[in-house]
Design a protein around this ligand. Structure first.
Ligand code: NAP
Length: 298
């Protein structure tokens, strides 16, 4: 195999900055029309330290864009009914534009119960069956932000997708499956691999575009990849004090044409894309009614 001196790095930061600038301008307009800052509600069920750190990042992005980020914590009495009622309250709240659910949920709360409770019009991370159905039919709905970010990163980096052979490793509902559908929408020929794929290496060696989302640090190595492939590493794994992707960055970058770093690749774009989904949902909000004038005191 001939070796390259180094791949082009597909940094997510500049793309995220570009997206956030558009979001900030749209939020100013929305605030003027609505008279309030549209809110993103993050439902956090139970206490989970690593996800709490990730949530702080989203809340900071919200603040910077002029969005009212709000943590809706359900941690005192974890039961499915309680969580569902809280989500229904957020559905009715006229200032909440979007709702996301921090996953994984505690085992006593079935994901399906929670997903079904979200109003599809506020489901800005595209997890409700209505939005998943719209995606599979190729209609316009809310897309899962990470999958959307992976494909947006390819497009904004000028990577041609149409007619290319794409392999997605991982078939989760929030990343692998929707990424495969989006690549199909962009006219790639798509193969989805998972833990029962008998010969992953063979599939990968044929791929022009590789999207990896499996949650296994440095699992995909350079020798598994085709020369000149473009690799989107969605994985975020904590190893010691470091964050690493699902792709072994050092070996892969010697072989491929382009690769996303971890951190600094898909992650920042995901956060920015989520804000664009929020803006879209916020366009459906209405100004709050004027408070009813009080009569003269008796
Ligand atoms: P997940 O729900 O655990 O799904 C993992 C998928 O990987 C499953 O489909 C599984 O196959 C497949 N898999 C596991 N081991 C495999 C192997 N040895 N060979 C081939 N496929 C294998 O994970 P997820 O939620 O999709 O997340 C995946 C990664 O993306 C994680 O590292 C997560 O932290 C990261 N992530 C990043 C962002 C971001 O913004 N960058 C957002 C969300 C998630 P089976 O279906 O057969 O079990």
């Amino acid at each position: 195999m001939s070796r390259r001196s180094g791949a082009r790095l597909l940094h997510g930061g500049p793309i995220a900055t570009e997206i956030r600038a558009t979001v900030a301008a749209e939020i100013i307009e929305l605030k003027e029309r609505l008279g309030f800052a549209p809110a993103l509600a993050i439902v956090l069920v139970g206490k989970d330290a690593p996800s709490a750190v990730y949530l702080q990042q989203i809340l900071r992005s919200c603040r910077n864009a002029g969005i009212a980020g709000r943590l809706a914590e359900v941690d005192c009495d974890i039961c499915p009914d309680h969580v569902r009622r809280d989500i229904e309250d957020l559905n009715r709240d006229p200032t909440v534009a979007g709702i996301i659910i921090q996953q994984p949920l505690p085992p006593e709360v079935p994901l399906r119960t929670v997903i079904d409770a979200i109003d599809p019009a506020k489901d800005i991370d595209g997890i409700h069956p209505v939005n998943a159905g719209l995606l599979s039919l190729g209609y316009d709905g809310f897309l899962p932000a990470t999958a959307h970010a992976a494909v947006e990163l390819l497009k904004r980096s000028g990577v041609e997708i149409a007619g290319k052979r794409a392999v997605v490793v991982g078939r989760s509902n929030i990343v692998g499956k929707p990424a495969a559908l989006l690549l199909l929408r962009e006219h790639a020929t798509v193969t989805v691999c998972h833990s029962r794929t008998p010969d992953l290496r063979r599939e990968l060696r044929r791929a022009d575009i590789v999207v990896v989302a499996i949650g296994k640090p440095a699992f995909v190595t350079g020798d598994m990849l085709k020369r000149d492939a473009v690799v989107i590493d969605v994985g975020i794994n904590v190893v010691g004090d470091a964050l690493v992707g699902d792709v072994d960055f050092e070996s892969a970058r010697q072989v491929v044409r382009a690769i996303t770093p971890v951190p600094g690749g898909v992650g920042p774009v995901t956060n920015a894309i989520l804000l664009t989904h929020l803006v879209r949902a916020a366009r459906a909000l209405r100004p709050l009614p004027e408070p009813v004038a009080q009569g003269d005191p008796q």
